[in-house]
Design a protein around this ligand. Structure first.
Ligand code: SF4
Ligand code: SF4
Length: 445
């Protein structure tokens, strides 16, 4: 087997155990023009470029990705821009290169993130045959999705994305929904979640907050989600999920939170204590510290010249990863939910804390609200997990707690103190307009 001309003679002892790379074969190029998209501006970093990954870069990447793994699994993840713009033949060659270079017979996990609009039967047959996990970007029902997800003529794209999803389902391709949460859909959490669950049949869902800065000291774009709305969104979806769907629908943020409550790594970089194991690969072989830091300051090198293992072990990359932990403001160090939040992604750390600390995460208020809100059911699920019982048992516990709360509220007179402990009269508090159990204080399990 031909070996990499740039493979180090011995594997550095401090090489990360599992190296994740998000490959962007078409760079930032996309067939849509979503109004909140941050990646299109990256075109300016490669002026005049066609943004097509060459076979030389493709083969180097795949070989080095296999060579970089110390465990039994290699993940090949494709993203954009819109990666399907590369054409099906590019991905067929990628699979051929896998066969050529997977000499240790690692288990290969393939993932691709797409807007779904270019999928057809041929694509889906290929994705099914090669067991790709497809992430498809849908922001909710058409009126919420189409608020920002438009094509280059400003036309809505929901129907096209849904046609892609139907084809995935027809060909039994495993998919998850990636929903960005922004100004247009953040006030509709239950509607969005139920739409995915009930109408699209989704079993795996990721919610990603849109946070785009206008510039230093200039706030965020109009499309960005507000911190309090992000917290409310997560709480409302959680309340629906914990009453109905534990064990049948998997929401990435909730899985990660449960891992934190159980005391194991959350598996999602934004909630890890440190980062640095998720590189981004540009179309021309340039490797960056992270998908969220594709900029000249975070360029580690090019994999046609330096092996991925060496790039990932570079001191600046190690420092980048540790800085997530070491750069936390004191406000975070004193926070009761830091074990689950860890200050989220450094990309979003441009806020000012109530104590004047700089570098607070813009979404802090939302995360505090969310992680505190889910504490009781998460503790219950963690206990169940420790006892070897399925976390889904929590649904019965929450139902029981809801019933007890319901009984307490029904026995309360309009002028009595509200059972929630606010000190206000019931008629001015939770009795003001017949709220449902899920809108009452989180059940204490
Ligand atoms: S910078 Fe943000 S997105 Fe990148 S690895 Fe760290 S937490 Fe994850
Ligand atoms: S909730 Fe806020 S204060 Fe607490 S760790 Fe997260 S960002 Fe820091």
């Amino acid at each position: 087997m031909p070996r990499s001309p740039v493979l180090p003679s011995s594997r550095p002892a401090d090489a990360p155990p599992a190296l994740h790379v998000l490959a962007k074969p078409s760079g930032p190029i996309c067939n849509l023009a979503c109004t909140y998209c941050f990646f299109l501006e990256k075109e300016e970093m490669y002026p005049g470029d066609r943004f097509r990954m060459s076979d030389e870069v493709l083969e180097n990447y795949i070989r080095q990705q296999f060579e970089s793994q110390s465990g039994p699994v290699a993940t090949l993840a494709w993203q954009g821009g819109e990666p399907t713009l590369m054409g099906l033949d590019f991905f067929e060659r990628a699979v051929d290169f896998e066969s050529k270079h997977n000499t240790s017979e690692l288990h290969v996990e393939r993932a691709i993130q797409t807007n779904g609009t270019l999928l057809d039967d041929q694509w889906c047959e290929f994705l099914a045959a090669n067991q790709f996990l497809v992430g498809i970007s849908i922001d909710g029902p058409s009126e919420l999705h189409d608020a920002y997800r438009v094509d280059k003529r400003g036309e809505p794209t929901h129907a096209k994305a849904l046609r892609g999803l139907e084809l995935l389902r027809k060909h039994k391709v495993e998919f998850n929904i990636l929903c960005t949460v922004h100004e247009a859909n953040s006030a509709h959490p239950t509607e969005v979640y139920r739409y995915f669950r009930d109408e699209l049949g989704a079993r795996f869902i990721q919610f990603i907050p849109i946070v785009e800065r206008l510039g230093r000291d200039e706030g965020v774009t109009d499309e960005s989600v507000r911190p309090e709305a992000w917290g409310e969104f997560l709480c409302a979806v959680f309340d629906e999920w914990v009453r109905n769907d534990v064990g049948t629908v998997f929401v990435q943020s909730f899985d990660a939170a449960l891992a934190s409550w159980v005391g194991v790594p959350p598996g999602v970089c934004i909630f890890n204590e440190t980062c640095g194991n998720g590189l981004a690969l540009a179309h021309n072989g340039d490797v960056y510290s992270c998908d969220h830091f594709v900029d000249p300051d975070h360029l580690l090198g090019n994999l046609t010249e330096t092996h991925l293992i060496e790039l990932a072990a570079r001191p600046e990359q190690v420092a980048f990863g540790l800085d997530k932990r070491d750069g936390l403001p004191k406000y975070c160090l004193d926070c009761d939910v830091r074990f689950a939040c860890h200050g989220e992604c450094p990309k979003n750390r441009f806020g000012i804390a109530p104590n004047g600390d700089t570098g607070l995460n813009y979404l802090c208020e939302g995360y505090r609200r969310f992680f505190r809100h889910i504490d009781a059911p998460m503790r219950a699920m963690a206990r169940l997990y420790d006892m070897g019982k399925p976390p889904a048992v929590v649904m019965a516990m929450v139902a029981e707690a809801d019933a007890a709360i319901e009984a307490a509220y029904s026995a309360t007179g309009r002028n009595d103190p509200c059972p929630c402990g606010s000190g206000a009269k019931y008629k001015h508090c939770h009795g003001s307009h017949g709220r449902s159990a899920s809108q009452r204080p989180a059940a204490r399990s």
